[in-house]
Design a protein around this ligand. Structure first.
Ligand code: HEC
Length: 139
């Protein structure tokens, strides 16, 4: 019995360290990054419009892959994901004037999906967004 609870304790320790590792990886862009959570959110909440490779649909759904909007307007992009977006915008010289409803994500989910999309399909972003930064973004 003693042995059994010892192994349970060990198992718990291993799991705790594992998730700590992931958190540290997210806060430090130079270590191996794991965007699996952001990818899952993307597949569930974004892919139907922005498409599997972030290419979007010209003049209907703007691209995220190599999007100048996403890669230079960080604050606006976070705001769009957090609260939704409507009105005229220009992405890679093409005008869009449609609307995206707020997908209703929590702040850490917004941070995770932002870090995934800004590091996928040729996009590269070394200064990762934190949950705290997202929480400070207001409408
Ligand atoms: C129902 C379709 C739809 C879904 C789902 C959707 N979007 Fe959008 N998204 C749009 C449209 C349409 C626009 C442009 C709105 C406008 O014209 O003002 C946009 C704009 C954007 C922009 C800014 C423009 C750009 O292309 O860089 C970002 C960033 C973005 N979406 C990210 C996301 C993320 C991340 C998700 C999932 C959490 C998501 N979107 C889900 C339709 C969608």
């Amino acid at each position: 019995m003693k042995n059994f609870s010892f192994s349970l304790g060990l198992l718990f320790l291993v799991c705790a360290c594992n998730s700590l590792d992931k958190k540290m990886a997210l806060n430090n862009a130079s270590v191996n990054q794991d965007f699996s959570e952001g990818k899952e959110i993307y597949n569930d909440f974004c892919m139907q419009c922005h498409m599997a490779n972030g290419e979007g649909v010209t003049k209907v759904f703007p691209p995220l892959a190599k999007s100048d909007y996403l890669m230079t307007k960080t604050l606006e992009s976070i705001k769009a994901i957090k609260y939704g977006l409507s009105g005229a915008i220009t992405v890679n010289s093409i005008k869009y004037n449609t609307a995206m409803a707020s997908p209703g994500l929590s702040d850490d989910e917004v941070a995770n999906v932002m870090n995934y999309i800004t590091n996928s399909w040729g996009n590269e972003n070394t200064s990762l967004i934190t949950e705290e930064e997202v929480s400070k973004v207001e409408r």
